[in-house]
Design a binder for this molecule. Structure first.
Ligand code: GAR
Length: 215
């Protein structure tokens, strides 16, 4: 199968971006991250991409006249780099509907909890772990899903549970969940680029080797 071109969208630190990039460098993913887009000018992810010679762009709605030109600019960049898949890696802004519609089942997101719990508007980054601890659930985890027009809602591809310990703080929990994110996201990017994921409605199917499922 031909190698895929990935665009990463990131708003912050970019550790999930690096986790995917490492597995590409190790030869485990048949594709390349060919550009990175951030809505935050100061996002460390932008610098991390530049250090790897990956073209990195800051795009924020404020730079554009209106929502339409902001959206079209994204689509132009995605076309220019012949993007097959968009990987959201800590991207804290909603993807415009026109972009979602241009890339059906081709936008992935990683969320630091077991969706549909602790997801949706307002649930991002540390806020997710705050809410998990506050609610007292005993399990949280990692979810990787396709992106649709609704926040944290599209078809789920992969989930892995993480135990919430009685003495966890939001910070200690975030750190432990992140370790699993770094394993789960490259795994799913590999599966998608191998053509091992099919989707129908809200359900996806994994057709790859069974031994690759577990972390
Ligand atoms: C990760 O924990 C990711 O799951 C979360 O933001 C963090 C980004 O870290 N994403 C969301 O909350 C999206 N709703 P990173 O920049 O180091 O990859």
């Amino acid at each position: 199968m031909a190698r895929s071109n990935f665009a990463v969208f990131a708003s912050g630190r970019g550790s999930n971006f690096l986790a995917v990039q490492e597995q590409i460098a190790a030869g485990n993913i048949s594709g390349d991250i060919v550009c990175l887009i951030s809505n935050k000018r100061t996002a460390p992810a932008l610098e991390k991409a530049q250090n790897l010679d990956i073209p990195a762009f800051h795009k924020s709605p404020r730079q554009f006249e209106n929502e339409k030109s902001y959206t079209n600019d994204h689509i132009d960049t995605l076309k220019e780099y012949e993007i097959d898949y968009i990987l959201l890696a800590g991207y804290m802004k909603k993807i415009p509907d026109a972009v979602v519609q241009a890339y059906p089942h081709r936008i992935l997101n990683i969320h630091p909890a077991l969706l549909p719990s602790f997801g949706g508007k307002g649930y991002y980054g540390m806020r997710v772990h705050d809410a998990v601890i506050e609610r007292g659930v005993k399990w949280t985890g990692v979810t990787v899903h396709f992106v649709d027009e609704v926040y944290d809602h599209g078809p789920i591809i992969y989930q892995w549970p993480v135990r919430v310990r009685d003495d966890d703080t939001p910070e200690s929990l975030a750190e432990r969940v992140l370790e699993y994110e770094h394993k789960a996201y490259p795994k799913v990017v590999r599966w998608v680029s191998e053509g091992w994921i099919t989707a129908e409605g809200m359900r996806t199917q994994y057709t790859g080797p069974s031994e690759e499922w577990d972390i």
